[in-house]
Design a binder for this molecule. Structure first.
Ligand SMILES: NC(=O)C1=CN([C@@H]2O[C@H](COP(=O)(O)OP(=O)(O)OC[C@H]3O[C@@H](n4cnc5c(N)ncnc54)[C@H](OP(=O)(O)O)[C@@H]3O)[C@@H](O)[C@H]2O)C=CC1
Ligand SMILES: CC(C)(CO)C(=O)C(=O)O
Length: 337
């Protein structure tokens, strides 16, 4: 049977996947804030597995979730979850056991303003944002004890209201307590995800894992935008841009080390190797958003490198230059499209 040869009439995964987990996969309520690429993908799969998933959404996405639910489609299988519990008012949805906070970084402050009704005494909030600052932003509002810093490993995009398409493998989520450890609530959520067939990453150090992804995606995204849209394939094959990528990765690596992040010494080499394995036509959301004149995660990616390097007292001249070029471009285009 091929991955997409059978479609369930009701909620459910279309092809078989791994089940099981570390904890009892029943009885937890999960709010997904932002039903886009990551939120739609994770929430759709959890809902398709029959879990109590509630979506804080808006606009045409909200209407589609209520009317027809979510379809998650991709190379390794499809999942469908019919009409879902969704609202643009968090009071309709909470409190819940877990919040998967899946908005892009520029939308974090208003999303955090809306979080209170979702958060009860034992609620854990999982972050999925690229970059390394989102957990601290959530903790500044709710306290560190509520935050599970997380890392999404997926390439997923909303292709229509209520439909998310992923590329490559079907995706994975990693998260941990603030101190990097596991706990009952971490085991329980792992169990829920695994029961829904979602791979769970268990990095030895969630902060090092976040930084390892950060040092890969930011140089690729920033250079992709600064070059007017060069793909990963183009950037890595031209000797000049390849050198810049490696320099950028090293700037972020040295910054992380100076800030006490336990990145392994081979982290930049690992990032280069991962980049070399990416499909040649890959681009990042950062460059796509900047070049389309949309609000982007520029401040959480390129901006954060400059900010954190400054805090660490480390030079980051390549990122400073890229930041200035892109900030100028953004100031001339965002809001005009
Ligand atoms: N997509 C991917 O493959 C990956 C993304 N990430 C990270 O995950 C985060 C989310 O990215 P992604 O899923 O791509 O983003 P998307 O833009 O696809 O999805 C975000 C969703 O959140 C909605 N939203 C924003 N604010 C609110 C709000 N206040 N209330 C309700 N809904 C809201 C948006 O609605 P609207 O469209 O109306 O603005 C949108 O549907 C980013 O930080 C990204 O870096 C990490 C790994 C992979
Ligand atoms: C680069 C990628 C696909 C990595 O997961 C990503 O998260 C993004 O483009 O926003």
């Amino acid at each position: 049977m091929t991955a997409r040869s059978r479609v369930d009439a009701g909620a459910g995964r279309i092809d078989a996947g791994p089940a099981g987990g570390d904890g009892p996969p029943v009885g937890a309520s999960i709010a997904v804030v932002g039903a886009g690429g990551v939120g739609g993908h994770l929430g759709g799969r959890l809902a398709a597995a029959g879990h109590d998933v509630r979506f804080l959404a808006r606009g045409t996405t909200l209407a589609a979730l209520r009317r027809t639910g979510l379809r998650v489609t991709g190379d390794a299988g499809d999942w469908v979850a019919p009409a879902l519990r969704a609202s643009d008012d968090p009071h309709d949805l909470g409190p819940v056991d877990y919040v998967l906070l899946c908005v892009k970084t520029p939308h974090l402050p208003p999303a955090l303003d809306a979080l209170d009704p979702l958060v009860g005494t034992d609620t854990a909030v999982v972050t999925v944002q690229n970059g390394v600052e989102a957990p601290e932003q959530v903790a500044a509002r709710l306290g560190r004890a509520r935050v599970l810093p997380g890392l999404a490993r997926v390439v997923a995009t909303p292709v229509a209201p209520g439909e998310v398409r992923y590329h490559g493998p079907p995706g994975a989520l990693g998260f941990a307590e603030w101190d990097g450890g596991a706990s009952d609530r971490v085991f329980r959520l792992r169990g829920l995800l695994r029961g829904a067939g979602v791979d769970v990453l268990e990095p030895a150090d969630i902060w090092a894992a976040l930084w390892a992804k950060f040092l890969l995606v930011v140089p690729v995204g920033s250079l992709g935008a600064a070059t007017g849209g060069a793909t990963v394939g183009e950037l890595r094959s031209r000797p000049g841009t390849r050198r810049m990528l490696v320099t950028g990765m090293r700037e972020i690596y040295e910054t992380g080390i100076a800030l006490g992040i336990a990145l392994p010494p081979d982290a930049p080499d690992t990032a280069v190797a991962l980049m070399d394995r990416q499909p040649a036509d890959s681009t990042t959301s950062l460059q796509r958003d900047i070049l389309a004149g949309r609000l982007s995660e520029f401040d959480a990616w390129t901006g954060a490198v400059v900010r954190l390097a400054g805090r660490a007292g480390r030079p980051a001249p390549l990122h400073e230059m890229l930041h200035e070029l892109l900030a100028t471009r953004i100031s001339r285009t965002v809001g005009q499209k």
